[in-house]
Design a protein around this ligand. Structure first.
Ligand SMILES: [Zn+2]
Ligand SMILES: [Zn+2]
Length: 159
């Protein structure tokens, strides 16, 4: 996942991105993300802006049923390569990389973007039934046989 400053044409162009980064988010999170997609480059000579939405995928743990599943999520990317290594410019939320020429390694910036965009709720599928609170059985495999709690009569008849 490199951006070659010496070969990026002036003006607008596209950059194909494909690679895997270690997310480093800790337990319960996907350990790594495979990132792919296309970024739009704006090469203004003194700076190159790379932006777009990439796709990430990784093995995550379902928050309901605790099974591992392949999760996909979108990764918005906005980063700027400033070709003045002594710049102290800041650009809001845009990730800045200072490098004059040669190949820019995008891995750390893309790791940061993928980690920021990591979904808050990781659910294997919308209709996941999760685990039984009493016996821990995976309810996706069918009813576990536990007796359901009787409905509190005070709530009956409410819409
Ligand atoms: Zn699940
Ligand atoms: Zn049960």
């Amino acid at each position: 996942m490199y951006l070659d400053l010496d070969r990026t044409p002036a003006g607008r162009s596209e950059l194909d991105v494909a690679g895997t980064v270690a997310l480093g988010l800790g337990e319960g999170f996907a350990p790594e993300a495979t990132i792919s997609g296309e970024l739009t480059l704006q090469n203004l000579e003194s700076r190159v802006l790379a932006s777009g939405t990439l796709q990430a995928s990784g093995m995550a743990e379902c928050a309901r049923c605790l099974s591992a599943f392949a999760m996909r999520w979108d990764v918005p990317v906005e980063l700027m390569v400033l070709r003045d290594p002594h710049s102290n410019e800041t650009e809001g939320d845009t990730l800045l990389i200072l490098q004059r020429d040669g190949e820019v390694d995008l891995a750390e910036s893309l790791r940061e973007s993928a980690a920021l965009a990591y979904p808050q709720m990781t659910i294997c599928r919308d209709e996941c039934r999760g685990l039984c609170a009493s016996c821990g059985a995976d309810l996706n495999d069918g009813p576990c046989g536990c007796v359901e709690e009787p409905v509190d009569p005070r709530w009956e008849g409410l819409p």
